[in-house]
Write a protein that binds this ligand. Structure first.
Ligand code: DX5
Ligand code: ZN
Length: 245
């Protein structure tokens, strides 16, 4: 069964001076989930926001809060993010020595559990926790900042993780440098959930955000449809090099 495409704008790229309004704007613009990038200045070289901000923005939308914890240690903060209103809590496989325990703790809090891999981390790192997760997040930039370029090296990892998932009810999310120009090749590789920050929060308000979200969604859907070449009996796929900037 193929999951429908989910677009999850990252609020790291929003105007922090008007965060509640920005979230209401992407909600109205068609965002499926709200991706919340939590950074501690230790696991990643940047500091963003914590559980109190998640709690403050929770009333701004009823959409799913997809909380990406780029922090270490992480176990001691899970309950705070769960209470603040997170729906999905994703931890990094690299954040500590006891990933299986962290994922069990997230589910014990009644939340969906996600695991994220930095670009240098092989998919083997999650081989023994597939039955502990509802989401696998592949980083296609080195985490810490929005506006970076997509790392094409991660497409093979996405393909391999799609194969590992098999028919398990797990979403495959991609995060970092995703745009309307590479969303097709990302979806073709097997991703069904696309995070985008700078590619969504450009322009001025909800109408522009809606166009940006729709363009990424249409591109991702196009990547899932085999391309029929004129006169060809079998579908062919667009070459990846044409799509990844
Ligand atoms: C980076 C964050 C990403 C980032 C995406 O560490 O995890 O979610 O904000 O932003 P763009 O889409 O601008 O690369
Ligand atoms: Zn993220």
């Amino acid at each position: 069964m193929t999951n429908e495409i989910i677009i999850a704008p990252s609020i790291l790229a929003a105007n922090f001076a008007r965060l509640g309004e920005e979230i209401a704007a992407i909600d109205a613009a068609g965002a499926d989930w709200i991706h919340c990038d939590v950074m501690d200045g230790h696991f990643v070289p940047n500091i963003s926001f914590g559980a109190d901000v998640i709690k403050a923005i929770r009333p701004s939308t009823s959409k799913t809060f997809d909380v990406h914890l780029m922090i270490t240690p992480v176990d001691c903060y899970l309950e705070a993010f769960a209470k603040a209103g997170a729906d999905i809590i994703t931890v990094h496989a690299e954040a500590g020595p006891h990933l299986d325990r962290s994922l069990q703790a997230i589910r014990a809090l009644g939340k969906k559990a996600g695991v994220s891999l930095c670009p240098a981390t092989p998919e083997a790192a999650i081989e023994y926790v597939l039955d502990r997760v509802d989401l696998i997040l592949v980083m296609t930039v080195n985490p810490g900042f929005g506006g970076q370029s997509f790392l094409g090296s991660q497409l093979e990892k996405i393909r391999r993780i799609r194969a590992m998932i098999g028919d398990r009810p797990i979403r495959l999310e991609v995060d970092g440098g995703v745009t309307r120009d590479n969303a097709a090749v990302v979806a073709a590789a097997g991703a069904d959930t696309l995070v985008a920050g700078s590619a969504v929060f450009r322009g001025n308000g909800s109408a522009d955000y809606a166009n940006n979200i729709a363009a990424i969604r249409v591109a991702a859907e196009s990547g899932r449809v085999p391309k029929l070449q004129y006169g060809s009996a079998s579908p062919v796929r667009t070459s990846e090099s044409e799509l990844v900037r």
